[in-house]
Design a protein. Structure first.
Length: 161
């Protein structure tokens, strides 16, 4: 397991560029809101800790992880942000729906990174069960939202240092 013995929330602040002059977008899936709200909290805390100003962070909600792609595209086209974090959670059920949604979300966000002039960070948990999702959204493995925010800062400043 990739996250075994790894806390996703650990970063060395002195190695992260200051985010004071950056604008961030966060698109959050309402599906599995217990998990996505935890991821959002982790992302916000990391952005603010690294100097981002709350008034320069825009949040939009979408119904589910499948809709993250359209939400991120609209945000990129209609707002002035330097990076977008796409937050979602898909938990395996009894049907193949899980596979289709996970694949579409990953491919769609990848496509946005090829099409857009700003980075879109993939922060979609794809877990087998609710416990795994909890462990990665503020539980024993830390918070994937934190990791995504740090990636957003680094990607927004890529080549500018």
């Amino acid at each position: 397991m990739a996250t075994a013995n790894k806390n996703l929330s650990v970063y060395q602040k002195e190695t992260i560029p200051n985010a004071k002059n950056l604008r961030f977008g966060v698109v959050v899936s309402e599906w599995n809101s217990e998990i996505t709200e935890g991821l959002f909290r982790g992302a916000m805390e990391a952005l603010l800790d690294c100097g981002a100003l709350s008034e320069r962070i825009t949040r939009w909600n979408v119904p589910g992880s499948f809709e993250l792609i359209f939400g991120c595209k609209r945000m990129a086209n209609e707002t002035d942000v330097d990076a977008i974090v796409a937050i979602g959670s898909v938990i395996r059920g009894e049907t193949k729906h899980f596979d289709f949604v996970c694949s579409a979300a990953a491919q769609g966000i990848k496509d946005l990174n090829l099409q857009l002039a700003i980075p879109v960070i993939f922060c979609v948990l794809t877990d087998d069960n609710l416990q795994q999702a909890r462990e990665r959204s503020g539980g024993k493995h830390g918070n994937k939202g934190t990791e995504a925010a740090i990636a957003a800062i680094k990607m927004a400043t890529l080549g500018k240092n």
